[in-house]
Design a protein around this ligand. Structure first.
Ligand SMILES: C[S@@+](CC[C@H](N)C(=O)[O-])C[C@H]1O[C@@H](n2cnc3c(N)ncnc32)[C@H](O)[C@@H]1O
Length: 267
């Protein structure tokens, strides 16, 4: 099974945030899951679930995949990173370079740094579209879930994803300035501003992600750093009704319910 590069895990961001959920690792199944869970817990500096302890969220190693479960409400069902809906055919709409996302990256881009990788849905698209992609994520828990989904996809589809997609754990605000050579294009998709009215329709994946990582209050700072570092442009994904993260995008490209604000940086 392919592996993806990772740096030493950092403490879970937001773990010290007031109201942040408590989290532990556990396992189901009678194979190697228990040992895998112990190794994962060590790597993430998280406790292993025991019967005497109570945690809000559980990362569960199952025989099929790594799941995130809400221990407070088991009726909600598990969350895992699933790429099975991706249409991997080379000219599929998913992978077209004519789609708004690819147009925002620019015609000349060959490499992209996704500095807010999350579950790597966008980073995977970039890699499959043929961009050499570096995906930076600061939550080791989110990265563990993404890595598990990517490994399952690579095994199922028989593709050497690790050749095109380089996973890096850490805070992009620190890592971006040390990349050699400096990135041409940096892509940012920080957490969308929380809706004032809570909607029952917010998918549980997004609700749990927000609980894990918070609201990315430092997104403007990340954009400022990215604009200093990127040689060609920074692309920021925003909800279509939100104000730009910085007031002066060079152009905006409309997508489905989202907008890509492009900040040209070529000096
Ligand atoms: C909305 S999610 C990104 C979703 C992603 N585009 C996808 O396709 O799955 C935002 C992610 O950015 C991460 N993030 C925010 N600021 C970061 C930073 N400075 N360095 C690294 N990751 C960051 C958060 O931890 C969160 O997982």
């Amino acid at each position: 099974m392919p592996t993806f590069l990772s740096h030493r895990p950092l403490p879970v961001p937001g773990a010290s945030r007031p109201g942040a959920p408590t989290l532990a690792v556990s396992a189901t199944g009678d194979g190697s899951e228990k040992a895998d869970a112990e190794e994962l817990a060590r790597g993430l500096a998280l406790p292993v679930m025991t019967t005497e302890t109570d945690f809000d969220l559980l990362l569960v190693v199952t025989p099929e995949r790594l799941e995130l479960r809400d221990n407070r409400d088991p009726r909600l069902g598990p969350v895992w990173v699933d790429f099975s809906h991706f249409d991997l055919r080379p000219y599929s709409a998913h992978l077209s370079r004519r789609q708004p996302l690819a147009r925002a990256l620019g015609k000349k881009a060959q490499a992209v740094v996704d500095a807010t990788a999350g579950y790597c849905q966008d980073a995977l698209l970039f890699a499959l579209m043929g961009y050499h992609t570096t995906a930076i994520e600061r939550s080791p828990v989110v990265m563990a879930l993404a890595r598990d989904g990517l490994q399952r996809l690579a095994a199922r589809a028989g593709i050497a994803l690790e050749k095109h997609l380089h996973l890096v754990e850490g805070d992009a605000r620190l890592l971006l300035t040390s990349l050699k050579p400096p990135p041409e294009v940096i892509y940012l998709d920080p957490m969308f501003p929380p809706k004032r009215k809570k909607s029952a329709a917010v998918k549980k994946e997004m609700r749990l992600l927000r609980e894990l990582v918070g609201d990315d209050p430092d997104a403007r700072e990340l954009l400022e750093i990215s604009r200093r570092v990127a040689l060609d442009r920074v692309v920021v994904k925003r909800p279509d009704d939100a104000v730009p993260l910085a007031p002066d995008p060079s152009m905006s490209i409309a997508g489905k319910l989202v907008r890509y604000d492009v900040y040209l940086t070529r000096r």
